[in-house]
Design a protein around this ligand. Structure first.
Ligand code: AMP
Ligand code: MN
Ligand code: MN
Length: 348
């Protein structure tokens, strides 16, 4: 069984017990609302829909899953098991008996759904961001967990829900998303053991990975070519560890006939730059607003950069919403890099 060894900073036994009780205490006919962070990624959506199927197995009938903002998913995340439980934020129960939040480090990541935290009978937060602000009433926050789905799987297990292929597909999408398909630092033996449990249900990893990661329109391939062609390398940045960055505008998307989600994969083509520890993609979301993705190879804790600029994330992957021009956003980042250098005392 997945678990948190004593001494690690995962949920305490009391927190697990409170979370189990909160789910079990939903009255017959009670309404449960599941919410994940804005612009859902594979972990947010996969954890939420995997858990939703478990709740359905437990007999929760009045069950909704939702996320803030437009009711629109990236194409690769469409068609997951449990998707039929999704409703637009505008239709979400206004005062559910229980609200459960997935993969959101702070209440602001819940957008217009943030009012459900107070309106609900109880609010439970499942997350794995070290920067989690402990919003909501009940917490299962494990900064050691590779994905929120790790926390979700353990809670399902403690609730006595057996894994089936539907749940497993969602949790597998979540786990592979946040571990970069088992390439990142967080890929522990426990992660592979969880993957083994998921695969044992009969899900097809090749099909899932192709659909989620290796499938994009030709227009997106051409768009990537253009955006990568304007990447800049700044070897002296971050105390000489190097910064590589590029940006994509709304006009770029229009010219190539693409939707914004295709840009999510762009950071993976930028971060492989050998000469830079820090990589960054600045993606325009409106005239003066940019979604910023930051990645590090370890010399810089990019979550410190992101938190200083109003966002969040992890040491190796973080993000924030930037305002102004792309150059102004980049100046803001440069101004934080030196303070975010990882000292010898922080080395893991
Ligand atoms: P991304 O670059 O969008 O893949 O995000 C990398 C990490 O940063 C994820 O763990 C996100 O949860 C976190 N993150 C991204 N954008 C924000 C934001 N605006 N506020 C807080 N955390 C963010
Ligand atoms: Mn996420
Ligand atoms: Mn996550």
């Amino acid at each position: 069984m997945p678990g948190t060894a004593p001494g690690e900073s995962g949920p305490t036994e009391a927190e697990w017990a409170a979370a189990v009780a909160a789910v079990r205490q939903v009255p017959a006919g009670g309404r449960v609302l599941l919410v994940c962070h804005v612009n859902p990624d594979g972990d947010a959506l996969g954890s939420m829909l995997g858990f939703a199927q478990g709740l359905r197995w437990l007999g929760v009938d009045l069950l909704q899953a939702t996320f803030p903002g437009p009711f629109d998913l990236p194409d690769p995340l469409r068609g997951l098991p449990g998707e039929e439980l999704l409703v637009p934020a505008t239709e979400a129960y206004p005062d559910p008996d229980l609200v459960i939040c997935f993969d959101a480090a702070s209440a602001s990541r819940l957008g217009e759904l943030v009012d459900r935290l107070d309106a609900a009978g109880a609010a439970l937060v499942l997350d794995h961001h070290a920067s989690n602000t402990r919003f909501g009433g009940l917490h299962l926050v494990d900064p050691q967990a590779a994905a929120t789905s790790v926390v979700a799987e353990e809670l399902l297990d403690r609730l006595g829900v057996p894994l089936d292929a539907g749940i497993a597909e969602c949790l597998y999408v979540a786990l592979t998303t946040d571990t970069g398909s088992f390439r990142f630092e967080a890929t522990t033996p426990a992660v592979h053991q969880m993957a083994a449990r998921l695969l044992a249900t009969g899900i097809r990893p090749g099909d899932i990975s192709r659909r989620i990661f290796d499938h994009r329109p030709f227009g997106a391939v051409r768009l990537f070519g253009e955006v990568l062609g304007r990447a800049r390398l700044e070897p002296a940045a971050a105390g000489g560890r190097g910064l590589v960055w590029t940006y994509a505008t709304q006009d770029d998307l229009v010219r190539h006939g693409q939707r914004p989600y295709v840009l999510e994969a762009l950071i993976d083509s930028v971060r492989c730059t050998a000469e830079a520890d820090v990589s960054c993609v600045v993606k325009q979301v409106s005239a003066h607003e940019w979604a910023v993705s930051l990645r590090s190879k370890g010399a810089v804790d990019v979550s410190r950069v992101a938190v200083a600029l109003g966002g969040g994330g992890h040491r190796f992957a973080a993000g924030f919403t930037g305002r102004g021009s792309a150059d102004e956003v980049m100046d803001g980042i440069r101004g934080q890099l030196d303070d975010a250098l990882v000292g010898a005392e922080d080395q893991v």
